[in-house]
Write a protein that binds this ligand. Structure first.
Ligand SMILES: C[S@@+](CC[C@H](N)C(=O)[O-])C[C@H]1O[C@@H](n2cnc3c(N)ncnc32)[C@H](O)[C@@H]1O
Length: 293
C-alpha cells in the first residue's frame, strides 16, 4: 500500500460492547480494521475500517442492521482519504515497540536491537499486525511466557495478517511455520515480511478461510497454533483447531474482548482443551489453551 491510490475510511465512535459487532461488519469489506480504546473508559471506543473502494452504503447499512437488530446500529462516518506516504507516516506512527523480548521496528530504524532482544522488522501496510494492538501484544507476550516449555516441530499462524506471530515463532523455534489468512493480501505481505526477517525459508504463507487450505491440512498436526481473529470465528473454528493440534499441543487465542472469553473457552473445552493462562491488554483478552498429551 504505497502512495497513489485514494482509500476510504469507515469510522465509528461507540461503547466497547459494540466493537466486535462492528469489526464483524467491516472485516469483509475492509483491508484493515482497527479498534482503539481503553477498557476502563468503556464508552469511548473508535473502530475504523480502511477500504480500497468506496463502500456500498446500502450493503453496509444492511450488515449493521443485522448486527444490531434492536435498531441501535451506530452511524458510520465515511471519508475519502488521500494516498498516504506510508514510509513517512511510519516514521511518526510506528516507533520501535518492545513486547517482552520482541523488538518490533520499521525498516527506517537502523539501530541494532537491544541486547538479547528478538528483532522483527515490519512496516505499516495493508495487513493487520504491527504489534501495538492489545490482541497481538497479548499473543506475543504469551508466546514468550510459554516458549520455555515449548519445542514445536510445526507452528500454524491462523489469521496471520502481517505474519508477525508466525515470524516471531519462526525466529524463536527455528521450525517450519504455516501462516494463513482469509485475505490474499495478508498472505502476500506475510511472505514478504518473512523474507525480510530471514525466515522466508521457514514460513509458508497461503490464503483461504480457516483450515480450508490444502497446505494447512497437509502440515498437521501442529504443536503450536495461533488464532488471533475475533471471538465468533474463533469459536466456529474450535473443532478444526482441535483436529489440527497435536496431543500436548498449545493454542494461543486472541482477538476477544474480556466478556467474550468465557464462550470461547467453553467452545474449546468441549473439544477437550483446557485453559492454562490468560492475559488482558487494553481490554483484549488472550488465552493459552492446551490439548492433553
Ligand atoms: C486481528 S488480525 C491478526 C493479525 C496478526 N495475526 C496479529 O496477531 O496481529 C486478524 C486476521 O485474521 C484474518 N481472518 C479473519 N477471519 C479469518 C478466517 N475465517 N480465516 C483465516 N483468517 C481470517 C483477517 O484477515 C486478519 O488478517
Amino acid at each position: 500500500m504505497t502512495g497513489g491510490r485514494f482509500q476510504w475510511s469507515i469510522a465509528f465512535s461507540v461503547k466497547m460492547d459494540a466493537v466486535p459487532f462492528l469489526e464483524a461488519c467491516l472485516e469483509p469489506v475492509c483491508l484493515a480494521v482497527t479498534a482503539f480504546g481503553d477498557s476502563d473508559t468503556d464508552d469511548d471506543w473508535r473502530v475504523e475500517g480502511i477500504a480500497a473502494d468506496e463502500p456500498d452504503r446500502a450493503q453496509l447499512k444492511a450488515a449493521l442492521n443485522a448486527a444490531f437488530p434492536d435498531g441501535d446500529a451506530p452511524t458510520p462516518v465515511i471519508d475519502l482519504i488521500p494516498p498516504k506516504d506510508w514510509l513517512t507516516e511510519n516514521l511518526f506512527e510506528f516507533p520501535p515497540l518492545t513486547v517482552g523480548r520482541f523488538f518490533v521496528h520499521g525498516s527506517h530504524v537502523d539501530d541494532a536491537p537491544p541486547l538479547g532482544m528478538v528483532p522483527i522488522m515490519l512496516d505499516a501496510g495493508t495487513a493487520f499486525g504491527s504489534g501495538e494492538h492489545g490482541s497481538t501484544a497479548g499473543c506475543l507476550t504469551l508466546l514468550e511466557k510459554t516458549a520455555p516449555r515449548l519445542k514445536p516441530r510445526r507452528v500454524l499462524d491462523m489469521g496471520c495478517g502481517s505474519g508477525i506471530l508466525g515470524i516471531a515463532a519462526a525466529k524463536l523455534f527455528r521450525c517450519p511455520v504455516v501462516a494463513t489468512d482469509i485475505d490474499d493480501e495478508a498472505a502476500r505481505v506475510t511472505a514478504f515480511n518473512a523474507d525480510r526477517n530471514d525466515v522466508g525459508h521457514l514460513v509458508s504463507a497461503v490464503s483461504g478461510p480457516g483450515y480450508a487450505s490444502p497446505v494447512v491440512r497437509a502440515a498437521k498436526p501442529y504443536d503450536l497454533i495461533f488464532e488471533n481473529i475475533l471471538a465468533r470465528p474463533i469459536r466456529k473454528l474450535s473443532k478444526d483447531l482441535a483436529r489440527h493440534l497435536a496431543p500436548g499441543g498449545t493454542a494461543i487465542l486472541s482477538g476477544l474482548l474480556v466478556r467474550d472469553a468465557p464462550l470461547v473457552i467453553t467452545a474449546h473445552r468441549r473439544q477437550g482443551l483446557r485453559l492454562v493462562r490468560h492475559m488482558t491488554i487494553n481490554g483484549w483478552r488472550s488465552l493459552v489453551m492446551k490439548k492433553p498429551g
